[in-house]
Design a protein around this ligand. Structure first.
Ligand code: IMP
Ligand code: MG
Length: 168
């Protein structure tokens, strides 16, 4: 669906936008594991702010491909985010459940600001309304893998993004 080159160009564009909004000062980048790990590593290397990288793991998916709706925090932040500027980095926004439930949890911890950056978004799949502040690509309703995204934990290492033919 997306070549390595297309992805790299778009990550650079996202970084440019983020650099305009956060030219300096501390920025806590919070990657939402596991799918984000490739995106985060490419993105942060293009940012100019004083970036600190942290991760959370949230699940609503299990090993399948269908969202169960309710999220569960499997790994929480290990830092106090009060008064800090946060940039959440997601691989993909699908139903919207993960971020729409995670954001209020993080807001309660009183950060100075929270913005969301996602490499990919499937707008036609939303079950709850959610729009990221920075979106790399809007894609059609296909199950995709690569560049960190998996199907049953496989294919995360692909440098490009491909559509999976799911046989029921
Ligand atoms: P949401 O809560 O439905 O928005 O789900 C977001 C999460 O679902 C993402 O962070 C991914 O981990 C996973 N996900 C959604 N669509 C795909 C896909 O096409 N391929 C792989 N993972 C996906
Ligand atoms: Mg994810």
């Amino acid at each position: 669906m997306l070549t390595e080159e297309e992805i790299q160009q778009q990550v650079a564009k996202l970084a440019e936008q983020i650099n305009q909004d956060y030219p300096e000062g501390e920025l806590i980048v919070v990657g939402i594991l596991k799918g984000c790990f490739v995106f985060v590593s490419d993105l942060v290397r293009k940012l100019n702010a004083d970036v600190k990288v942290h991760f959370m793991q949230v699940s609503s998916y299990g090993d399948g491909t269908v969202s169960t709706g309710k999220i569960q925090i499997k790994k929480d932040l290990e830092v106090d985010i009060e008064g800090k500027h946060l940039l959440l980095a997601e691989d993909i926004i699908d139903s919207g459940h993960t971020l729409s439930q995670l954001l209020p949890i993080l807001q309660e911890r009183k950060p100075a600001s929270i913005k969301v950056c996602t490499l990919l978004s499937k707008p036609s799949r939303r079950q709850v309304e959610f729009e990221a502040d920075y979106t790399g690509f809007e894609i059609p309703d296909e199950f995709i893998v690569g560049y960190g995204l998996d199907c049953g934990e496989s294919f995360r290492q692909l440098p490009y993004i491909a559509v999976v033919d799911i046989e029921e």
